[in-house]
Ligand binder design. Structure first.
Ligand SMILES: Cc1cc2nc3c(=O)[nH]c(=O)nc-3n(C[C@H](O)[C@H](O)[C@H](O)COP(=O)(O)O)c2cc1C
Length: 221
């Protein structure tokens, strides 16, 4: 029989809801992906708290199918950079279709990934497709959706704490599995450098969709 406990819920006045919603929106609107990092370290305690926030995300059947690997040592960061740059060079020079390269032009990115050594911490996120329990396979559900939401919580927490991050997806990413000795049931999902921006950091001058471009209030005809 499932066990239930009372929900902890604090009701707010609508005024307070709007105040909080606006403050959170304004803060989220300031988030930018940063590709130039300062060497300033991030404490283990801070990273742990941000990762705890990631771990509060909802997940399919509450399987929590994520594994976060924190890399702070220079040697492993270097190995990751070398492997990522090898794949990214091939991608940029041979694998990416023309339209994709065109879409990336405004970001000014290329196969060079200095940030993988500059950032004080690399958070490597793995999607856990199944767990092994007493040698038996226990499947996870909606793995990509669940891990995506956990990463979203993490990115918001990083920004909220006054740090910056880069959502990086070198393609393909299997090298992360080997370098970090992760088991077969896990698949690399995302590589997230976290830290402080370099003093002269710049970000591409790009915009976001207007609300009328992505929100539709449905009305029955
Ligand atoms: C799934 C995903 C993959 C991404 N992969 C990369 C990447 O490999 N390299 C990179 O420089 N930025 C990457 N980005 C960052 C996007 O380019 C960035 O979010 C977008 O340009 C909007 O900029 P903003 O985050 O500053 O608002 C990725 C973002 C997402 C959500």
């Amino acid at each position: 029989m499932p066990e239930f406990i009372p929900l902890q819920f604090t009701p707010l006045s609508e005024e307070e809801q709007l105040r909080r919603a606006n403050a959170f929106y304004k803060q989220c609107a300031m988030r930018r992906t940063v590709r130039q990092f300062a060497p300033h370290p991030v404490s283990r305690e801070l990273l742990m708290t941000l990762l705890r926030t990631a771990g509060t995300a909802p997940s399919g059947a509450n399987r929590q199918p994520w594994q976060f690997v924190v890399v702070t040592d220079q040697e492993t960061k270097r190995k990751i950079r070398i492997a990522a740059e090898k794949e990214e060079k091939e991608s940029y020079e041979e694998r990416m279709p023309e339209q994709w390269l065109k879409d990336l032009e405004v970001l000014g990115t290329d196969w060079h990934k200095e940030f993988l050594e500059q950032a004080p911490a690399l958070i490597v996120v793995f999607a856990v497709n199944y767990d092994l329990e007493d040698g038996k396979v226990h499947k996870n559900y909606y793995v990509k959706e669940s891990v995506g939401i956990a990463v979203g919580f993490f990115l918001a927490a990083v920004h909220h704490a006054g740090l910056v991050s880069l959502t990086h997806t070198p393609s393909p990413m299997n090298f992360l599995q080997k370098i970090l000795h992760r088991p077969e049931n896990e698949r690399p999902y995302m590589l997230i450098p976290v830290g402080y921006p370099a003093a002269d950091a710049v970000v591409p001058a790009i915009g976001r969709k207007r609300t009328d471009e992505y929100i539709l209030w449905h009305r029955e005809p």
